[in-house]
Design a protein. Structure first.
Length: 315
């Protein structure tokens, strides 16, 4: 059965806060169906969520990305509101975010923590620094203006959810979602939301260094996949400059002496410059494939729109 609004709460050991999150969302969005997906919790998170009135389901593959994949695959709704189960995002913004999807045709509404209380409430300075770095790098690389890349508070349309291929398994999922929306020219809006730190005794599952490295790796991978011409042109330029820099002294000595004195170095330089040429043409070929993929995506989007109209004829 399709829902008008589906609230998606991925959870792993959030017994201290999940009950309040469910109750707050039910109060803010009484017409919504609240889904809690339990990701191998051992502290009774599922029982507390069910008692609070949520529909509880299970995902046994560990990782937030795996949970979101199951959610997006299983649930049909006009609007999806994703929120963490740690009670760091106030429910008072839920209506505004959902209305943008339902009434304004927005594909993704980003709950922007970084423009409000995040840097004062969050007690982990490396998380603050990491969020700023990720936001700056993605907006620069992909020419976007999204204010909070890694927020776990988002409202999404049916079209976005059913065309988004979930590839990440863990906390880099938010970064992947953001880049996908930017690349596919979907409408993205920002709503400034307050952020509050976790309750005492509630621990973050995010590892600053391990998960931070995964996020950076995801950005590089997706930049390569979505912007291959820029990515490989940069590598080609670096290789060409290096090769040229080492070639000039050899060439100058050849002009003055009439003989090449460093043949092994010249061979290596030729391979470096050849690699630069290969990278350049690889970028050209892959950018053509990416353009073809975007055309295919538009046809896929048309099919999803037809499914949407069948599920929600009044929408």
């Amino acid at each position: 059965m399709a829902d008008k609004i589906a609230v998606l709460i991925p959870c792993y050991n959030e017994s201290k806060s999940v009950g309040k999150v469910v109750q707050d969302m039910k109060a803010a969005l009484p017409e919504a169906t609240i889904y809690v997906y339990d990701n191998n919790s051992t502290d009774g998170t599922d029982q507390i969520a069910r008692k609070a009135g949520a529909v509880v389901r299970y995902e046994h593959q560990q990782g937030k990305g795996n949970v979101i994949r199951s959610m997006f695959r299983d649930i049909d709704a006009q609007c999806y509101l994703m929120v963490d189960g740690d009670d760091t995002y106030p429910a008072e913004y839920a209506r505004e975010m959902c209305d943008k999807v339902l009434n304004e045709g927005t594909d993704m509404v980003v709950g922007d923590r970084l423009s409000s209380t995040y840097f004062t409430e969050n007690k982990r300075p490396f998380h603050n620094f990491g969020n700023s770095i990720v936001r700056g790098s993605i907006n620069r690389l992909f020419h976007s203006g999204i204010k909070d890349i890694m927020t776990g508070y988002r409202a999404m349309s049916y079209q976005f959810v059913k065309t988004y291929p979930v590839l990440s398994k863990n906390f880099e999922i938010e970064t992947e979602m953001t880049i996908h929306a930017i690349d596919k020219n979907m409408q993205v809006d920002n709503v400034i939301v307050d952020y509050r730190d976790r309750q005492e005794g509630s621990e973050s599952k995010l590892n600053t260094y391990t998960d931070g490295f995964k996020v950076i790796r995801t950005i590089i991978r997706m930049y390569k996949d979505y912007r291959p011409m820029q990515f490989f042109s940069l590598i080609a330029a670096i290789l060409f400059v290096l090769g040229t820099g080492f070639f000039i002294p050899i060439f100058m000595k050849y002009l003055s002496m009439g003989v090449v004195t460093k043949i092994p170095s010249l061979i290596v330089i030729c391979f470096v410059i050849l690699s630069a040429i290969i990278c350049l043409f690889s970028g050209i070929i892959l950018s053509t494939l990416v353009q073809q993929h975007k055309q295919n995506f538009e046809f896929q989007l048309q099919e999803v729109n037809m499914q949407y109209k069948r599920l929600f004829p009044e929408g």
